[in-house]
Write a protein that binds this ligand. Sequence first.
Ligand SMILES: O=C(O)CCC(=O)C(=O)O
Ligand SMILES: [Fe+2]
Length: 369
Amino acid sequence: MTIKEPEYVYYHAGGKRGARPVLLGAAAKETFSSIPVVDVSGMFSKDIENRKKVAAEVGKACREVGFFYAKNHNVPEEVVGNTFEVVKNFFAMSHEDKMEIHIHKNPSIRGYEPLYETKMEGAGKGDMKEAFSFGDDPHEPEQNAPFKPGPDAPKRANAWPSAYPGFRPAMYDYFNRVKAFSQALMRIFALALDLPENFFDAAISFLMLGIRALHYPPQEKPNADDIGLGAHTDYDFFTLVQQENVAALQVLNANGIWIDAPPQPRTYVVNVGDFLSRITNNKFKSTVHRVLNKSGEERYSMPFFFSPNREAMLSVVPNCRDKGQIYEDINAGDYFMERLKAARWQHPSNNGKPAPLVQDMPTAQAITA
Ligand SMILES: O=C(O)CCC(=O)C(=O)O
Ligand SMILES: [Fe+2]
């Protein structure tokens, strides 16, 4: 009798490479097979009971799936539509105009990132996407920073394309609206953890934020040999993804099966990131996901990455310590930069050091689940 070896899916999670067996039939575990939808309109209610109802649903989704659709958020549809228009205009510019702000010219690793510059996971050429990123920058007046950056302030500067002056105001319109929504959502996460609503407020006064506009051309091969974005988890508290109208995002369940998370009108896809998973002793799941653009069409999406203040400590919250503490306390800003540099290891600030361990892991076959 021959015993069939299980197939594995491979990914990067928490900055480390991992593998999961594909479990079918009798071997399959209890896990999710779709992404739950949470109507979040109650989070804007004056009545705490309504906010708690939303929090209960959010908590369930975070413990069981790590992903949910937030339906009836308060970022206007016209603003989202307009943002996608300017994002498309940006990517339609000449290569030279985009390369003016290549991320390697920027100490904060922001600006334009051409096709194939990252390789989250997989054997192919790299991630088949181009991106524009910007984030927290206390020097930019649009952000109303609660402090004036001193001369010694660490450089965190965005880079804007000089060939497209209309880009910055439109992106900031979106940034400030999604930021307001995300801060309200952080209070829901606090309630979902049975903490006071304002538990995280001191740690989120000037957040590490990032918007990453993404353009995924259609893949030539419809399988994971070509991949838009390899399988990974996010290094933040949580992510709010706006997808335009092309399905490609997939979420990995406990049986190693990819579950589709197609665009749904008037929603954000919300996912727990590694920071939130860490401070909950993994009670909230930072779930592996990837982007596979099999549609034959151009795809645009905009993740918004929400992390605490740079100075904040990531420490397991009091009522998640029942089984001891899996993780030591760590400074949020240091940890963030470590992970960012590992993902963008060719950046000059790595001083020509060889690719860090994340890229250097043993071959997939050598890893067991
Ligand atoms: O494009 C998407 O839908 C998701 C992107 C993503 O997972 C990421 O940028 O971390
Ligand atoms: Fe992601």
